[in-house]
Design a protein around this ligand. Structure first.
Ligand code: ATP
Ligand code: LTN
Length: 336
């Protein structure tokens, strides 16, 4: 606990172009709760290299993502916004935690199975131990809460197991974190296949609305979204495409599902899809403008990046030193 507030940690990978799913499932919730906690929001670029990345693209996307955190409303003076690769304690703690994690546990991770199937030519050890680096991220800052989408629950569970295992041997070293799931937007599905989550790495660009899509593209993608032939606007599992659009609309407007169903009672899917497009654009267009404004101010951003990496490093190293001492690494000898 810092300054009487609990600590929050979360991160996003700088791979692919961010989608509306990332925004509604993660970023938007981060902003809503950021006042209540001491927050660490990392651009987890070390996780990104578990799949091959073009260096220039990775660098550019990492910076865009960091800028988007700020554009979305996270104040970088009050929230620690930084690149994971700038704080070497992440890698150091991950190594230690690797020695407290079982192969059997990692073998059960569905994200690993999915990514291994998708990148069959590059099933590297980093992809396998991805959850351990994620545990290190969270435990380094003694985070009490971790806001993530539902797809990351399994990684949160393993983080808790690792923390508890470590604590049971060495005493209360780590805070055991709780997951924080946003109520609306926890899982936004693909517009083209509502059984799959909307994902940055989807090959079909029409399944996802990207945060950088212009209004025309947003409207077009919403219009083309897969629905059904029932023709009645209801919020039901039997109409998954429509349900997903209602979820998107709710998340963008703050309305309840009942209110949405009433609003569109007796109207066609075409009308509703256009309204969804408008609601999404009303959120994304101002976000894009703010992102562009910030990106143009290089000196300001560089200052934020430097200061926040230092701040993150301070807290991370405090935990790391404690862990190193507990496990019996020789103490550092200070100059007399
Ligand atoms: P990839 O497809 O490359 O695995 P992703 O789009 O799933 O990426 P992540 O970087 O894994 O994105 O996720 C960043 C954050 O966004 C996480 O907290 C995750 O739970 C959330 N998130 C991702 N996709 C969705 C979605 N469709 N709906 C709600 N939240 C999501
Ligand atoms: N695995 C997460 C990104 C991530 C993360 C974290 C989220 C890496 N480290 C720590 C929360 C806390 C993802 O793919 N969304």
């Amino acid at each position: 606990m810092l300054d009487g507030k609990k600590t929050l940690f979360s991160g996003m990978q700088a791979t692919g172009n961010l989608t509306l799913g990332n925004y509604l499932g993660a970023l938007k919730n981060w902003v809503t709760i950021s006042d209540e906690y001491n927050c660490f929001y990392s651009v987890v670029d070390m996780h990104s290299i578990t799949v091959r990345q073009d260096p220039a693209t990775l660098r550019k996307r990492a910076r865009t993502l960091l800028t988007l955190y700020i554009a979305a409303g996270l104040d970088p003076k009050r929230n620690c916004i930084y690149y994971q690769s700038h704080v070497s304690a992440h890698a150091e703690l991950a190594w230690i935690l690797n020695c407290f994690t079982y192969m059997g546990e990692l073998n059960r991770m569905t994200q690993f199975k999915d990514k291994a199937a998708k990148h069959a030519d590059n099933i590297n050890a980093g992809l396998f131990t991805y959850p351990v680096l994620m545990a290190a991220d969270i435990l380094l800052y003694q985070a009490d809460v971790v806001p993530v989408g539902i797809d990351q629950m399994q990684h949160l569970e393993i983080t808790r197991d690792i923390a508890q295992r470590f604590n049971s041997v060495y005493g209360e070293v780590f805070t055991v974190p709780e997951v924080y799931l946003g109520k609306v937007g926890a899982k936004i599905m693909s517009l083209q296949d509502p059984s799959k989550k909307m994902s940055k790495s989807d090959e079909n660009p029409n399944g996802s609305i990207y945060l950088m899509d212009d209004k025309d593209t947003i409207m077009r993608k919403c219009k083309r979204a897969v629905t059904d032939s029932e023709g009645v606007i209801r919020y039901s599992d039997e109409q998954p495409g429509l349900k997903n659009l209602i979820d998107i609309y709710r998340a963008c407007t703050g309305k309840t599902a009942d209110e949405v169903v009433r609003e569109f009672d007796g109207r066609g899917y075409g009308d509703f899809k256009a309204a969804v497009g408008e609601a999404v654009a009303a959120i994304l267009v101002p976000l894009q403008e703010e992102q562009a404004r910030l990106a143009a101010d290089k000196a300001y951003l560089d200052g934020i990046i430097r200061e926040n990496a230092e701040r993150a490093g301070y807290y991370a190293n405090k935990t790391l030193r404690k862990v190193q001492k507990k496990i019996g690494f020789p103490e550092r000898v200070r100059k007399a």
